[in-house]
Design a protein around this ligand. Structure first.
Ligand SMILES: NC(=O)c1ccc[n+]([C@@H]2O[C@H](COP(=O)([O-])OP(=O)(O)OC[C@H]3O[C@@H](n4cnc5c(N)ncnc54)[C@H](OP(=O)(O)O)[C@@H]3O)[C@@H](O)[C@H]2O)c1
Length: 288
């Protein structure tokens, strides 16, 4: 364990598996207090215990929330605010791919609810504490798949008509980039940075929830082509902790380098419209 992040409090969502788990462990290994978020209580306990014993850092706690549900995100934000005097890093990482059209218990299409609205709502609910903790960092995990979406489908964000898993996924990942760039503009001068990244194709649990041929196909492709979760988490860890990116904001990264996102990600009007729509869809009264 080193001390690079000692005194910092880092929140990592989707920290019970894959890229998020490696990120949480790396930050704990740098001496940070880590609050991981997962949806499975037993997995949360196991992961917290494993990270504590692997790093020797006792300041690791996991909170349980189904981030596809706004009621859970609101409750999670309240618990985090009660527990954390400051928030130095927020890594919005929990995300998934849904081959079939699914609706949450709150009536929102699952991909949009988990991959975009969760990032938007959790960030905005924690933002007063994050701003008060400046310098602070927000890191959003998107994907190179965002280039597959030409624009935000404002009329039908959940693809009630013509759903395909890949269309919904790339669309949600374009939303991650537009959201991050708009957030960075709104946070200018606050000392809080917001960056977004593509982790590469990574061998994780990604896609496994779909089972069947797709689940098997994904596993085979991961075995042949994907990088390790350790490699996949490098850019998360870099953006969350490296002095090299102190003050850098509103950028898209892969492999610890800034890269151009797709042209659609730089559409200022779309970013503003997405923000307004996300406020409506999350019924948030105060956002950045
Ligand atoms: N893997 C890739 O090739 C790849 C490529 C580009 C981008 N990404 C992005 O990377 C991020 C992390 O994915 P990963 O590859 O590490 O996948 P993963 O191994 O499936 O991990 C996803 C994490 O999110 C959690 N999660 C899923 N649904 C949730 C929910 N409803 N509420 C709370 N937590 C939930 C999972 O919990 P459980 O442990 O309970 O499953 C797990 O901790 C995602 O945003 C994904 O879009 C991945």
């Amino acid at each position: 364990m080193n001390t690079q992040m000692e005194g910092k409090i880092c929140i990592v969502t989707g920290a019970t598996n894959g890229i998020g788990e490696v990120t949480a462990q790396a930050l704990a290994n740098m001496g940070a207090t880590v609050v991981g978020v997962g949806r499975n209580p037993a997995k949360c306990t196991e992961t917290a215990n494993r990270i504590k014993s692997a790093t020797g850092n006792p300041a690791v706690e996991f909170l349980v929330a189904d981030l596809s549900l706004q009621s859970h995100v609101r409750n999670l934000a309240e618990v985090i605010k009660r527990k954390c005097a400051h928030i130095d890093v927020l890594v919005n990482n929990a995300g998934s791919f849904y081959a079939t059209h699914q609706i949450t218990g709150e009536g929102i299409e699952m991909t949009w609810a988990l991959n975009h609205l969760n990032y938007f709502l959790l960030t905005n609910l924690l933002l007063d504490v994050i701003k008060a903790s400046a310098p602070a960092r927000i890191v959003n995990v998107s994907s190179g798949a965002h280039t597959g979406a030409r624009e935000i489908n404002f009329a039908d964000t959940g693809f009630a008509t013509g759903y395909s898993g890949w269309s919904a996924y790339s669309h949600s990942k374009l939303a991650n980039v537009l959201f991050t760039f708009e957030l960075a503009r709104r946070l200018e001068g606050s000392g809080v940075t917001a960056n977004v990244l593509h982790p590469g194709f990574v061998a994780t649990g990604f896609g496994a929830n779909n089972g069947g041929l797709l689940g098997v196909g994904m596993k085979v492709a991961q075995r042949i082509m994907a990088r390790s979760p350790e490699k996949g988490a490098e850019t998360n860890i870099y953006l969350a902790s490296s002095p090299e990116v102190e003050g850098v904001t509103g950028k898209y990264f892969t492999d610890k380098h800034e890269l151009k996102a797709s042209p659609a990600a730089y559409d200022l009007e779309a970013a503003k419209r997405l923000w307004a729509l996300s406020e409506e869809q999350t019924k948030i009264t105060q956002s950045a």
